[in-house]
Ligand binder design. Structure first.
Ligand code: CIZ
Length: 345
């Protein structure tokens, strides 16, 4: 089955089928998945926000950019992508010759849905002189209409690397505002989308999570609102968070302002530290329902039956690939311009 570009997302889809399995059943399922992956010449990739049992069975766990690059490096002909739709699409766009499977087609993304190709066309018409920088949390159609993509790990470097001074940043307004602050020599217009999981977080929740732990280090994802980023000690992508912890050898506790799933990797890599998700207030759960839509049964079925093959139309894929490849070519840390350098051209 191919993935249609305009598909339905159901955030309250059925609970994970694998979540009530006994430890023995779980181990048997993991063994079945590994055997099937070998038989079908498949690699299993999982995003840092996936449920722990999916991260455990995966061959590689990382952020969306790392996963797309890992998919390119992998010798296997099939990629089982445990993440959300836009990530699987990017893996397909960068690996047109490989079969990319997304185990649950309902795994969408509200941020990606906050911008359509039509709305980007409208914004481009309003800002015709601006270079369009699009966060990877977007559909392949939207990427295809953009000059270049970025991730939360490289957004400031991507914007700095462009010759244009005027930038239209889409679709995440919080990440866009953070980049505008970090790259003051550019004139950045920010589209009005957001990730509701990050956008709901308030400083009151962070402060509550910190109660009784005044020494705790706060690490926040740049999809959080500006007031949260202001009180954070570190602002970084999920991959950045995994390494940021190493900068604080004396700290015991870290308050983490991003989706819950990252705690699995944080604890695995830093077992001597305490990690507390910053959703201290009732009604503020940093839990993305879309990221929890894949379980072991679905991965087994994806491998056994080839479900669900992701396909991106050739013209859309060509445009999206151009924007993604331009991003990949940007050096990792494009330095900030010294204030004395004057305005960018
Ligand atoms: O780009 C990604 O993988 C996302 C959605 C978050 C992050 O910072 O890793």
């Amino acid at each position: 089955m191919s993935l249609p570009l305009a598909h339905m997302h159901d955030p309250v889809a059925s609970p994970l089928a694998g979540s009530d399995l006994s430890p023995d059943d779980m181990r048997a399922l993991e063994a079945e998945i590994h055997a099937l992956a070998r038989e079908k010449d498949a690699i299993i990739l999982a995003h840092n926000y996936q449920v722990p049992e999916v991260q455990i069975v995966a061959d590689f766990v990382g952020d969306s950019l790392q996963l797309a690059i890992e998919a390119q490096k992998a010798p296997q002909s099939t990629i089982v992508f445990c993440g959300v739709t836009f990530m699987a699409e990017s893996a397909k766009v960068l690996n047109p010759g490989k079969r990319v499977l997304l185990p649950n087609l309902s795994a969408g993304c509200s941020l990606s849905d906050s911008i359509t190709a039509e709305s980007l066309e409208d914004w481009k018409a309003r800002y015709p002189e601006h270079a369009v920088v699009t966060y990877v949390n977007s559909s392949a159609e939207v990427k295809a209409l953009s000059d270049i993509c970025c991730t939360s790990a490289n957004a400031a470097s991507v914007v700095r690397s462009l010759p244009q001074r005027k930038i239209l940043f889409t679709p995440d307004r919080n990440l866009g505002a953070w980049v505008a602050k970090k790259v003051p020599e550019k004139e950045v217009v920010v589209y009005d989308g957001c990730c509701p999981i990050h956008d709901v977080l308030r400083t009151a929740s962070v402060n509550r999570a910190k109660q009784g732990k005044p020494e705790a280090v706060v690490i926040a994802h740049p999809e959080c609102r500006a007031d949260v980023l202001e009180i954070a000690d570190e602002v970084c992508s999920t991959t950045g968070m995994l390494s940021a912890v190493g900068k604080y050898p004396r700290a015991k506790t870290f308050i983490v302002a991003t989706e819950h799933g990252i705690v699995h990797q944080l604890r695995r890599r830093h077992p001597d530290k305490e990690f507390v998700i910053a959703d201290g207030c009732i009604g503020c759960r940093m839990h993305c329902p879309y990221m929890k839509m894949i379980d072991l049964v679905m991965i087994r079925d994806a491998l056994a039956r080839g479900k669900h093959e992701v396909d991106v139309p050739a013209d859309v894929a060509a445009g999206a690939r151009r924007a993604l490849e331009r991003m990949i070519a940007v050096p990792r840390d494009v330095p900030a311009r010294p204030a004395s350098a004057g305005p960018a051209s």
